[in-house]
Every structure is written in C-alpha cells, then in structure tokens.
Design a protein around this ligand. Structure first.
Ligand SMILES: NC(=O)c1ccc[n+]([C@@H]2O[C@H](COP(=O)([O-])OP(=O)(O)OC[C@H]3O[C@@H](n4cnc5c(N)ncnc54)[C@H](O)[C@@H]3O)[C@@H](O)[C@H]2O)c1
Ligand SMILES: [Zn+2]
Length: 429
C-alpha cells in the first residue's frame, strides 16, 4: 500500500533500453546493421495495412545487398490475439529457422514479432509464457534471436519495452507476456515511416504516448516500495529521476505537435516530434510503469460491444489501445491528484504552457486532457464506445485483475474507487 512507509524502503532503481537509431533515413540502414550480426535469414513481420504502404518490402529488399535472405510475413492481426499470435508462430516455426526478426509496423506488429521470437527460440506454447493467472507465467529458458523493431505508428513505445500484449479470446481478457528478454535488440525509429498513419490512428496512438508519459510521471515513487532482493527486481520500478526526465520531455513535444500531427499528417516536423515523444515516453514508462488508465483500458478493450473506430481496418468491434487508455484518464488523474498535486500541475503546465491555472488545481490536468481529446476527435467517454452503468461491475472486475499495474498507482485503489472512475467517465464533456 502506497500510503504506508515501508520498513525497509527501496533505494535502488533500474533503467533498461535497447540500442537506438533515430532519424529520417534510419530504416535504410537495417540491412547493414543486421549484416554486422552475421545474420543470413530474416523474417520481416508486419500487418496487411502497413504492408500496403510498401515499407516492409522496402526493408526486406535492402537485405539482398548484404547477402541476407528476407521474407515478409504480413499476417499480423491489428491488436493481436492468442489465436493470431499462435498462427504467426506456427508459420515462423514451419518456415524457419530464422537468424533474426524485423518488425515493421505499430505495436501490433512489434508485439507479434516478440512472440514469434520467443516461441521459435524456446520450447512450449504461447500460454506457457503468458502472465499468471491467465497463463503459466514461465520465464524463457533460452536466449532469443536479435529483434529489430521499426515503429510506423507514433504511440506504443513497444520498440523499447519488455512486453507483448494480446487478447486471450476464450477468456475475454487482455493480458501479456513480460520478460526482460523480450526487449528488442535495436529500435530503429524513422519518422518518415509514420507520415502515412491515418488521422484516427495518429490520434489514438498519440493518446497512448500521452498516457505513458503522464502515468509514469505520476506513478508511485520508487523509494515507497519495499526493498527488493536482486532476483525480485522487475522491469517496472516506479517513478524515478531518470524516467521523470523522459516523461517531461515527451509532454513538451506533445504540447507542440500532437494537434498538428493529427490535422496535418504530412507535417514532417510534427511527425518527427511525435516519433521522438513516443520513444521518450516508452523509455519512461518502460522503466517506471503505468497505472489506472492502462489498468482500465484492458477491460474497456476486452469487453467491447459494437464500436468500431474510424481509420482502423475491417468492421469487427474494437477500441484501439490508445483510445481505451484515454477514455478514463481525466477521471483517473482527478483521483491520483492528492498523491502528488505538484506533479499533476507541472504535467498540465508542460502540456498546455499557455493555459491559465484554474482556481481548483485538481481540475487543471483533467481539463487540459479533455480539451485535447475533443480537438483530436476522441470519443466523449466510455458511453460513446457502447458502455453504460450496467457494465460497470464487469469493467471493475477486469481492472482489479490488473494488480501488476494497480501496484504502480500512487494511491491505494479500491473496487469502489475504480467503479467511481468508470461511472464518471461515461461522458467527459
Ligand atoms: N508492448 C508494448 O509495450 C505496448 C505498449 C502499448 C500498446 N501495445 C499494444 O500495441 C497495439 C497497438 O499498436 P499501435 O497503436 O502502434 O497500432 P497498430 O499496430 O495496432 O496499428 C494500427 C493501424 O494503423 C495502421 N498503420 C500503422 N502504421 C501505419 C502507417 N505508417 N501508415 C498507414 N497505416 C499504418 C495499421 O495497419 C493498423 O491498421 C495494441 O495491441 C496494444 O495493446 C503494446
Ligand atoms: Zn499503452
């Protein structure tokens, strides 16, 4: 519980990140980078929408010059499921062995490549590695092959994190696999690849960046945990001086460029700022952790009814990750305000440097957030994506299963607290 002072407070925080290559043209160097690793056969992993832009094939084509054979797998499911991941793993197992993997796409493609890498280098099945209680939570026994992650959205930060997120269809839950070995070997962030992102994807994935930055910035401070032994250390250690730095800088970049990137997708400068913000926020949350908005996002996405967002493929019901995170964020930050008022106010100022501070400081961040969400055409609350008060008990039950995330909340969170956050998030403005 965060309100009690631990008998032996933690005094150590950790920071992990992949090697990184950032900038216009960076994706033209992947063939060279892989040739340095002695790689001969590479599987390029992507989804059909990104494949249609020609970017994954362009990445595959440059391998030839270095004597590397590359094949494109374009069967990634947007927002992966246990079924789509298993299909991708079977495909890779039967066409392997592979020396390395290159994910070209958003979080869906990068997470699918993480699962393929894990299950083509380690024995067993997907569910053996999925977090407890949904899966067996086993740790990989063998090292993974190099994974180069090349994001084409500006959002998840999956290129620098140790997690792979999925829907487990039979149990109607969203969960994941989390282990340090899943972190990509190299993240190649080339803002030029993000220019074709449709506005709806830019808006939803941008809200993911924003919530990563805000949640890790307001996360429980690392010294308020009990002291861990080395073998107890997990990738998420609570907010700390290094993650704070990344989160603050991400907020400043978002303040300058988020609205512009949604409205003027061809604005190269805005796209580059968004790509950098996603990377910075990924470095922050990938070490500090996220809390209530992300915990609530799991049941919102997992229990979706009829909603299908603009600019996403097909017509199956879905609430994209960034949207599902954003919809309860204003209320969640009203709830966490009292744990660290100065952090909430500072975050709002970074995000809206020209806005006047309201009399009630607790309203500052929620107001800045809802103003932004309205401007970029986010749905007005969870009612707008199909939920009503009768759904709250099921949503709460889904959130309470995310104890790993709730443990990062700067205040203790009860079922009643979560129910209140959902009820007040039915409509936001
Ligand atoms: N592993 C992590 O650390 C982490 C963190 C947050 C979210 N996630 C997961 O990532 C997934 C969401 O990823 P996302 O928001 O990056 O989007 P995405 O990968 O789901 O892609 C969204 C849509 O945008 C299209 N698209 C992507 N880039 C494009 C481009 N440049 N041009 C044209 N179309 C493009 C795709 O074809 C797809 O239809 C969710 O499954 C979420 O749970 C993972
Ligand atoms: Zn996220």
């Amino acid at each position: 519980m965060s309100s009690t002072v631990p008998a032996a407070p933690e005094s150590v925080f950790t920071y992990g990140a992949p090697q990184l290559k950032f900038g216009s043209g960076a994706s033209d160097e992947i063939g060279y980078d892989l040739s340095r690793l002695g790689v001969r056969r590479v599987l390029v992993v992507t989804d059909p929408g990104v494949a249609a832009t020609g970017l994954p094939q362009r990445v595959a084509d440059q391998m030839e010059r270095f004597g590397i054979e590359a094949r494109v797998y374009d069967g990634v499911h947007v927002e992966p499921t246990d079924v789509s991941l298993t299909r991708a793993i079977e495909d890779a197992r039967s066409s392997g062995p592979w020396d390395a993997f290159v994910a070209v796409g958003g979080g869906s493609s990068i997470d699918t490549a993480k699962a393929i890498d894990l299950l083509t280098t380690n024995p067993g099945e997907l569910m053996d590695y999925v977090n407890v209680p949904v899966g067996k939570g086993q740790a990989p026994s063998e090292p993974l092959k190099p994974l180069v992650a090349v994001p084409t959205t500006t959002g998840t930060g999956s290129e620098s994190t140790t997690i792979c997120v999925m829907d487990v269809i039979s149990q109607r839950v969203k969960t994941g696999i989390s282990h340090a070995r899943l972190r990509p070997t190299l993240a190649v962030i080339d803002p030029d690849l993000t220019l074709t992102q449709p506005p709806g994807v830019t808006a939803a994935s941008g809200m993911d960046i924003l919530c990563h930055a805000l949640e890790s910035y307001t996360a429980r401070w690392y010294t308020t945990y009990d002291r861990k032994t080395p073998e107890q250390r997990v990738p998420y250690c609570g907010s700390n001086p290094i993650s704070d730095m990344w989160s603050e800088k991400a907020l400043t970049l978002l303040a300058g460029s988020f609205r512009r990137a949604v409205r003027h997708g061809d604005d190269v400068r805005a796209r580059a700022d968004m790509a950098m913000a996603a990377t910075f926020a990924g470095m922050g949350f990938g070490n500090a952790g996220v809390h209530v908005p992300h915990a609530n996002a799991y049941p919102i996405a997992g229990q979706v009814k009829g909603f299908h967002p603009k600019d996403y493929p097909g017509d199956e019901p879905m609430v994209p990750h960034g949207m599902s995170v954003a919809l309860t964020a204003p209320e969640a930050f009203r709830f966490t305000f009292e744990a660290s008022p100065e952090r909430h106010v500072r975050a709002a100022k970074l995000l809206a440097p020209n806005a006047g501070e309201p009399e009630n400081a607790a309203e500052f961040l929620p107001t800045v957030l809802t103003d932004l969400m309205r401007d970029i055409d986010m749905p007005n609350g969870i009612a707008a994506v199909g939920f009503d008060d009768g759904d709250v008990p099921d949503l709460v039950a889904g959130t309470m299963k995310q104890q790993r995330l709730l443990a990062t909340c700067p205040r203790e969170v009860t079922e009643d607290d979560v129910a209140g956050i959902f009820r007040r998030s039915m409509s936001l403005w």
